[in-house]
Design a protein around this ligand. Structure first.
Ligand code: UT7
Length: 327
């Protein structure tokens, strides 16, 4: 029997500073009523100047290592899902490796926006199933406040900072990632992107004025895509695992908008008490949102051995991905 890739420890970190809807009311033409009714978000966490993406990842991984009773030198691989890397080079994963002293690991980033954790877990799964590596850390970590335009009310109300991590190891008892799926559509990349600051349009101070070095989004278009493809991605992994929708114990969706999550639950015919929601506290933390929600659920004792856990995400690319776990 080939080994499965099972999560044996989780951890998460959000910075202490809160940016509430009331704070945003003072900064922009918006209201708590509009934000909450359109998104479900009450507040988000902001890292500030002294906390970097890797700092948040390190705190989340420390907790995951502790829960899994693994020491840093046992780790074979560090995969960081992030679109807000500390440096343009090298990867944030290499910075994390240094900060946590993981001398035996290979470290690299997976850049797939909000699908970063699921795709990182898919990479971990393939290395574990092929018996190349045994213990892998996957972390989703983002400092979205650094790429958010706080003059744009249609985006800045959504995003927050944080990190969530998992230690994944080989399991021969049928537990772990049962199936995984990912797809993208690069023709739609301008629906959600940061146009400048990369190689094509290198940094220029003028960008700060026109906002092109910050995240830009056509919200309603992304919304429609999310509702459609999150459902399709969910059904795909359930079918690939030979299971049916009613078998699912818990859904841990990307935390972008409560209306998207409720729409997904309705189409999946899953009641909301089986769906993890924490976006009211943290907003959308991109690749960190699913592992933070998974960790909070795990620490709350809501996960039992054998539970079937569906994770599903969508984001810039456009990209969408899902993963089905037997806990
Ligand atoms: O990780 C993936 C990230 N992306 C997403 O999750 C985005 C998915 N999309 C969404 O969540 C929603 O489209 C938003 C929450 C971004 C926007 O909600 P919406 O219901 O689609 O609003 P809208 O963009 O259609 O705007 C409706 C109105 C507009 O006013 P007019 O033109 O009808 O007069 C906006 O100017 O709401 C206005 N508006 C706001 N008003 C108060 C937009 N943002 C705000 C705001 N406060 N913050």
């Amino acid at each position: 029997m080939k080994p499965g890739a099972r999560i044996i420890g989780t951890g998460s970190y959000v910075p202490p500073t809160r940016l509430t809807n009331a704070d945003l009311e003072r900064m922009l033409d918006t209201s708590d009523e509009w934000i909450y009714s359109h998104t479900g978000i009450r507040e988000r966490r902001i890292a500030g100047d002294n906390i970097s993406t890797s700092d948040m990842a390190v705190e989340a991984i420390r907790q995951a290592l502790e829960m899994s009773q693994c020491s840093p030198d046992e780790i074979d691989m560090v995969i960081a899902g992030t679109s807000t890397s500390d440096y343009r080079m090298p990867s944030t994963a290499c910075v994390i490796q240094e900060k946590l002293s993981m001398p035996n690991a290979v470290a690299f980033d997976v850049v797939s926006a909000c699908a970063g954790f699921i795709n990182g877990l898919a990479v971990a799964k393939s290395f574990i199933e092929s018996e190349v590596y045994e213990k892998i850390v996957v972390v989703g970590c983002e400092k979205l406040s650094s790429v958010t335009n706080y003059k744009d009310r249609s985006t800045c109300i959504l995003f927050g900072d944080g990190a969530g991590a998992a230690v994944v190891t080989s399991d021969r008892n049928g537990r772990g990632v049962l199936s995984t799926f990912a797809k993208s559509d690069g023709t739609q990349r301008e629906l959600l992107w940061i146009p400048s600051g990369g190689i094509k349009y290198p940094y220029n101070p003028d960008f700060t004025d026109n906002g092109s070095d910050k995240l830009q989004m056509k919200g309603p278009d992304v919304y429609k895509f999310a509702v459609r493809e999150m459902y399709n991605a969910s059904v795909k992994v359930i079918e690939d695992a030979g299971l049916d929708l009613p078998d699912i114990s818990l859904v841990v969706p990307h935390q972008a908008n409560i209306r998207i999550i409720q729409g997904l639950a309705k189409r999946l015919q899953v009641s909301m008490d089986k769906v993890v929601v924490n976006l009211d506290k943290y907003g959308n933390t991109s690749s960190a949102s699913i592992p933070i929600a998974l960790d909070e659920t795990n620490r709350a004792g809501r996960l039992n051995a054998g539970d079937l856990v569906l994770m599903v995400a969508f984001g810039s690319g456009l990209i969408w991905a899902s993963s089905l776990l037997k806990w």
